[in-house]
Design a protein around this ligand. Structure first.
Ligand code: GLN
Length: 485
């Protein structure tokens, strides 16, 4: 693998801007690696080789004449296929949007364009981000680059696998119920979901609007923090976006004192679930390493964790059924020509183009919102969601961060199913609108990586990056290692 691809993004950008490294060589290195690895990994749905090289040349020329450099000038990035780039297709890995061309740029894309980033291609995902394995994509299955018989996780499995195998230095994903942090954990990289409202979702295909966030994948914490500095910030087109000053999330990220006087909470409920024995072992090692650095470990009690799978399912599916209602076959997307009347046309357009997982969620969501079930299911779930948020708020009286394994199980082989509680400590962050980050922790005996997860306090994302970076330094995980193909 080309050494250029191992350089940290901030440094890479500085080298490109000083003419030490050419953007064209960086982009070529990405495509060489993609050609080497992607026939096995299948991380990309679409590649923009010609266009990327042209943009890279433009960046290099700009630099030659001394023009001002953007924050990510000439640096390649991968984009999950549910975020709009004007004039490009966006399928959300669904047949329904097979021929859909984005009419405008998502806010994060506008910001990346202003920063001079180069869009290498669109990464594979579960259809409409529904799934945790990338197997529900209508187009292809992405493999875990550490063992291609295993899933990479999902729904942003393409972004995770592409970064983990060194095809791109970083990528964007979306996280509604762990879809960035779970595949990042399975693929041995850093995955970050911001506080709800920190990064605009304008131009991202909605799954469940009260959870959805765009976030980042990278090999190391600093790159995710840097990318977040570029894409975060107020956007009047996303009403939940917080009015925050511009923040450099890499500022003070290497402070050697971050772990001193820090309190980390481990939920009592973690021990109620069956956890892979190696995950438990390496998680305990991670806790010992934190203690050794002077971190105080507290036990926290969040009994409502046990409701997370049910809560998530009810509220997420309800929001799915409302959001996906725009896919009626009339306005845009797939249209069946077999409809006998209007209702039949709706039914056939959806029936012929949507996958099983999507249909199942629409049906369940419609059921829980029905007049007979609304109070019993949806309203009740919202009340329990508040209970969970209150219990987590109480837990933060005893600690600064909540620390758990990223997932309770290792990635399974294709076709096998993960237990539903596998990601509950990730999903809790979506239910409560809190920021979370997965950091690789260790390789297990099978050679597959595992990660740990820090959940922070709302809008204190800068602190989350600092603690994640400090953990990265003591974890002993070798981030310079890449899958060997
Ligand atoms: N596994 C979760 C689900 O299937 C993740 C979804 C997501 O975060 N996009 O709903």
């Amino acid at each position: 693998m080309n050494e250029i691809l191992k350089i940290k993004v901030k440094e890479l950008k500085t080298k490109i801007c000083s003419g030490q490294v050419k953007s064209v060589d960086t982009v070529k290195a990405c495509f060489d690696r993609i050609k080497e690895a992607d026939s096995k990994v299948k991380a990309f749905l679409k590649l923009n080789e010609k266009m990327s090289l042209k943009q890279a040349e433009e960046s290099d020329n700009k630099i030659k004449v001394g023009a001002k450099c953007g924050l990510l000038e000439g640096v390649p990035i991968g984009i999950k296929d549910n975020i709009m780039v004007k004039g490009e297709s966006m399928t959300s890995a669904s047949k329904y949007l097979e021929n859909y061309i984005s009419p405008y740029d998502a806010t994060v894309i506008e910001k990346l364009k202003d920063a001079g980033a180069i869009f290498v291609g669109r990464t594979n995902m579960d259809e409409f981000a529904m799934g945790g394995s990338t197997e529900t994509s209508a187009y292809q299955k992405t493999a875990n680059p550490w063992d291609i018989e295993h899933i990479p996780g999902g729904s942003s499995g393409g972004s995770a696998a592409a970064v983990a195998s060194g095809m791109i230095p970083f990528a964007l994903g979306s996280d509604t119920g762990g879809s960035i942090r779970q595949p990042a954990g399975f693929c041995g990289i850093v995955g970050y979901k911001p506080s709800y409202g920190l990064i605009s979702r304008y131009g991202a295909c909605a799954l469940a609007s009260s959870f959805d966030q765009i976030g980042t994948f990278s090999k190391n914490v600093t790159d995710s923090a840097f990318l977040t500095s570029v894409i975060a910030g107020k956007d009047y087109r996303d009403p939940v976006c917080e009015p925050k000053e511009w923040i450099d999330y890499t500022n003070d990220i290497d402070n050697p004192d971050t772990l001193k006087a820090l309190k980390v909470g481990i939920p009592k409920q973690l021990f109620d679930y069956k956890t892979d024995s190696e995950i438990s072992k390496y998680f305990n090692d991670a806790v010992s390493k934190l203690k050794f650095e002077g971190v105080e470990i507290a036990e926290v009690d969040v009994p409502a964790y046990k409701y997370v799978p049910a809560l998530y399912k009810v509220i997420m599916c309800a929001e799915v059924s409302a959001n996906i209602a725009t896919f009626d076959g009339i306005r845009y997307g797939y249209r069946s020509l077999n409809g006998k009347n209007l209702n039949d046309e709706y039914a056939k357009s959806r029936g012929e183009s949507l996958g099983y997982e999507v249909k199942k969620r629409i049906l369940f969501g419609t059921y829980v919102l029905g007049s007979k079930n609304y109070h019993r299911c949806y309203h009740q779930a919202q009340k329990v969601r508040t209970l969970l948020i209150n219990q987590i708020t109480d837990a933060y009286k005893k600690c600064d961060f909540i620390f758990t394994p990223a997932t309770l199980q290792m990635p399974v082989k294709f076709g096998e199913i993960l237990p539903e509680e596998c990601d509950i400590f990730l999903i809790a962050a979506n239910l409560a609108g809190l920021p979370g980050i997965t950091v690789p922790c260790s390789f297990t005996s099978t050679g597959m990586p595992m990660g740990v997860h820090f959940m922070g306090q709302r809008l204190f994302d800068a602190n989350l990056f600092k603690v994640a970076r400090s953990f990265e330094k003591i974890s002993g995980f070798d981030i310079s290692k890449y899958p060997s193909f």
